[in-house]
Each structure stands twice: as structure tokens, then as C-alpha cells.
Design a protein. Structure first.
Length: 367
């Protein structure tokens, strides 16, 4: 595929209508951001490295462009967020809180799905002309924003954002970005690729990583900040998750692995939902396992049905399972190799529904 050597990004394909795809180019998105005086930047609930890296990277690039950027995220947030945020102000809101986003433009990064934007949804509904989405996921809700830059070929949303930030900062390459912009962009790229281990990594991904390192990013410092800050409760929780492990035969013996965690498990270990990060990836080290899933019971609000959070991962290769397709059957989604869902089901019922979805996807059996 031809590339733009200035940004090393794939040639953009623009489409209109209700399809989940780009409707504006990266340059047009940067120009729209420049024309706004105050920009609200937000992302999905329970932000991860790519969500926070995208939010902070864009906000700081806007500040370098002389604009006012306000970052709003819905928690819980990672323990390391304060370290990476530094002097950049981040407003953290909780569940059932609906903050006002009244800037000239609202930039939504690393998601385009209503299901991941519950807290900020009231501020977005009916304002599609004022919303810009930058994302790399396979699906979303196009009605959220008239202007969208969506590229599922990119390994992270920060990879999609890099040329936008370069244009905002007035530099010809991400290698020339100010360090305070380059660092969160690298954070998103590194964490969403398992520190450049996943099948989503392409030559363009590695070239961007090199550019950001050339801009001054300290890879070792970031790795220690993000990956070597566990609390003991996380490992106690992992022990309980492994104790729940069940292996299932879908296409072949033990090719699907499922772990479950209840509210009792979280309470007993003192761990939080953020401490389950990476659990599903660990199971993929088992030779027979092609797809792995972690199911977490979530607190039930009065008058509402139970809900279970599902994280799914799969190996690349000829037997690759499209977990985005699996999770879409449960009203979720994400990437082909990494996806999630939040069905309104109790833990045991969610596990049964997941197994049914896996069998339908992996064997075509809809019986």
C-alpha cells in the first residue's frame, strides 16, 4: 500500500454516509482542530494506555498550537496516570456523572462506540457537527461525529494521531515532535501492541516507534512506569483467576480458555478491575489455546440487571479467531485479536453465552 513518506502513514481512504470509516483526512482534522479555540478531549470509560496517550498527546499538541485543550476521562484510571499526565490537567469523572463538554470542538479518541461513552453521551448526542473522532477500532457508531479519522490498519490510536499532532505542532515528522507530545504517543503505541509484540505491528508501526524515540522518548522509563508498578493484590487476584480456569474444546482439544472473577474475588484480594490487565494474554502462552477470555463480575446498581465484563484475546495465524466478531454477538467489539463486551448477564450466564458465541464463530454451528 502506498505511503506518505512525511508521516509514514498509509494512504487515507475517505468515505461518506453511515459507514464506520474516515470522512476527513488527517490534515483536514488538524485544520479543524486549529480553527477551534477551546477543544474538549475525551475517550472511553476506564481509559488504558492508548486512550490516555491519545488524549494527552492531542491535548499537548493543541497547546503547542496555541489552543486550549481540556481532557475529561471517566474512571477508574490506571495507577500510573498521574505520572504520565504530569502538569497536564485531567478531569476524572465517575459513573453516573455527566460532565459538560462545551468547547468549540469535542475530540473523541480511541473509541467511537456509544457503549464506551456512557458518562459523556449526554454531551455528544445531537452535536455530531461539533465532534471529531480519531480511532483505530473495527467498528463504531458513525452518528456520533460527522468528522472521523478511522484507520483499523494502525496498531494504536496514537499511530493515527501522530501525523495530526505533527501538523498541529508545525513539524514535518513525528521525530521532530516536542518530547511532551511524543511521550504519550509512544505510550499508546507501546501498550496497545504489548510493547511491540502483537500481530498488529507493521513496518509503519516500528518506523513511528523509532521516530518517537528519536524525539527523545525514554522507552525504559516508560516500561518501568507502566509495567513494573504492580501491587500484591494483583497477583493474589491472578491466583484466583487461574483457580477458575476452564479449558474447552471448540475446534480442537483445549483451544479455548476462560477465567472468571467474581466480586468476592476482588474484595478478598483488594485488587481493582484495572488489575486484570494482561490476564487474558497470559493464557495464550499455552500451546493448544487459540482464544482466551477473562470474565469479571461488575457491581450491580439498584434496579438494573447484572453485568459481566469480558476481555477476549486470540493468537494470529491460520486458525486465528476473530474475537471482534465473537464480542459483537455479545454487543461488544474491538479488534480481530483483542476485543471486549459487557453483556447484561450474571457471571455464569455470561460464560454460557460466550461459549455459544465462540462455537458459532469458530465452527459456524448456530444450533
Amino acid at each position: 500500500m502506498p505511503t506518505d513518506r512525511t508521516t509514514d502513514a498509509p494512504t487515507e481512504v475517505l468515505r461518506s454516509g453511515g459507514e464506520w470509516a474516515s470522512t476527513v483526512s488527517s490534515d483536514a482534522a488538524a485544520d479543524a482542530l486549529r480553527k477551534a479555540r477551546v477543544i474538549d478531549v475525551t475517550t472511553h470509560t476506564k481509559p488504558d494506555g492508548d486512550a490516555l496517550g491519545s488524549s494527552l498527546g492531542l491535548a499537548r499538541a493543541l497547546e503547542h498550537a496555541g489552543r486550549t485543550a481540556r481532557v475529561t476521562v471517566a474512571g477508574p484510571t490506571p495507577r500510573w496516570m498521574a505520572q504520565i499526565a504530569g502538569k497536564t490537567q485531567v478531569r476524572v469523572v465517575g459513573q453516573d456523572t455527566h460532565p459538560a463538554l462545551d468547547g468549540d470542538l469535542i475530540a473523541v479518541v480511541d473509541t467511537g462506540s456509544w457503549s464506551q461513552l456512557a458518562e459523556v453521551k449526554p454531551a455528544l448526542v445531537g452535536h455530531a457537527a461539533r465532534v471529531l473522532i480519531v480511532d483505530h477500532h473495527l467498528h463504531g457508531d458513525p452518528e456520533i461525529a460527522d468528522r472521523r479519522v478511522v484507520d483499523a490498519r494502525c496498531a494504536s490510536t496514537t499511530q493515527v494521531l501522530a501525523p495530526i499532532c505533527a501538523r498541529l505542532c508545525g513539524v514535518e515528522s513525528p521525530a521532530k515532535l516536542p518530547l511532551d507530545v511524543a511521550e504519550p504517543l509512544y505510550l499508546g503505541l507501546a501498550t496497545d501492541t504489548g510493547w511491540l509484540r502483537y500481530s498488529s505491528v507493521t513496518p509503519a508501526t516500528l518506523r513511528l516507534a523509532a521516530d518517537l524515540l528519536e524525539a527523545g522518548v525514554d522507552h525504559t522509563r516508560l516500561y518501568r512506569m507502566i509495567e513494573q508498578q504492580d501491587v500484591p493484590g494483583r497477583w493474589a487476584l491472578l491466583g484466583r483467576a487461574l483457580g477458575s480456569l476452564s479449558l474447552h474444546r471448540v475446534r480442537a482439544a483445549d483451544d479455548a480458555a476462560i477465567m472468571t472473577l467474581s466480586l468476592v474475588d476482588f474484595a478478598a484480594t483488594g485488587a481493582g478491575s484495572e488489575d486484570t490487565s494482561g490476564f487474558a494474554d497470559m493464557l495464550l502462552t499455552v500451546a493448544s489455546v487459540e482464544v482466551s477470555c477473562v470474565l469479571c463480575e461488575t457491581p450491580q446498581r439498584p434496579g438494573e440487571p447484572p453485568m459481566t465484563k469480558i476481555s477476549a484475546r486470540s493468537k494470529p495465524g491460520p486458525l486465528a479467531v476473530d474475537v471482534n466478531s465473537v464480542c459483537k454477538r455479545l454487543l461488544g467489539g474491538g479488534h480481530a485479536r483483542a476485543a471486549g463486551a459487557k453483556p447484561k448477564l450474571a457471571l455464569a450466564d455470561a460464560k454460557a453465552a460466550l461459549l455459544k458465541a465462540l462455537r458459532e464463530e469458530m465452527t459456524g454451528d448456530r444450533a
